[in-house]
Design a protein around this ligand. Sequence first.
Ligand SMILES: CC(C)(COP(=O)(O)OP(=O)(O)OC[C@H]1O[C@@H](n2cnc3c(N)ncnc32)[C@H](O)[C@@H]1OP(=O)(O)O)[C@@H](O)C(=O)NCCC(=O)NCCS
Length: 172
Amino acid sequence: MATDIVLRDVIEEDLAIFYEHQLDPEAIRMAAFTVKDPTDRDAFLVQWAAIVADSTKQKKTILCNGEVAGHVGSFEQFGLPSVSYWLGKAYWGKGVASKALSLFLNEAKTRPLYARAAKDNRGSIRVLQKCGFVITGEDRGFANGRNEEIEEFILTLQADCSLQESIKEGKS
Ligand SMILES: CC(C)(COP(=O)(O)OP(=O)(O)OC[C@H]1O[C@@H](n2cnc3c(N)ncnc32)[C@H](O)[C@@H]1OP(=O)(O)O)[C@@H](O)C(=O)NCCC(=O)NCCS
C-alpha cells in the first residue's frame, strides 16, 4: 500500500498518542537523550503545552495514511536551531521519517540547521543523511534513556545541500 505522509499543526488530541509513542523502551534506548521519567504523563503534557504555545518552536504532527504517526519539529538546543522527530513503532521502517523530515525542511528554512543523534542510532543518522545533513562533530553527554553517559554525533544541514533524489521524488 502506498504511504501518504502529510504534516499538519499539532492539536491537543495528538498529545496522548505522542505520549504513548515515547513510552516504548526500544525507542527510548534509540533516542537516548530523553526526559528523566517518560511515564510522568502530567510533566509530558505540561512540556507539550509549552511547546505548542511557543511560536518560536516549529512543530508538526506527522500523519501516515491519515493516522497520527509521530511528530517532527525544530527548537533551540545548545543555542542552535535543531530538529527532532519521533515516530510510533508501528510506523518504523517504511520511509515515514525520511519523507516527513524532507517535508518539514521545505517549510523550516533556517540554515544551517543542526541535529544530534546517539552514535548507535543508525536509523536516525540515516534519516538525517538522506535529508542532506552531514556529520560535523561529536559530543558526550548523560543520556537519561540509558542512565549512562554516551557519545553522540552532531549533524549539520547547510543551505546548499540537496536532498537525495528518491526523497525529492516522493519514493522514500
Ligand atoms: C529513528 C526513526 C525516526 C526512524 O524512522 P523510520 O521511519 O523507521 O525511518 P525510515 O524508514 O525513513 O528509514 C530511513 C533509513 O534508515 C534506515 N533505518 C531505519 N531504522 C533503522 C534502524 N533501527 N537501524 C538501521 N537502519 C535503520 C532505513 O533502512 C532507511 O535506510 P535506506 O533508505 O538506506 O534503506 C524511528 O525509528 C524513531 O522514531 N525512533 C525512536 C525515536 C528516535 O530515535 N528519534 C530520533 C532521536 S535523534
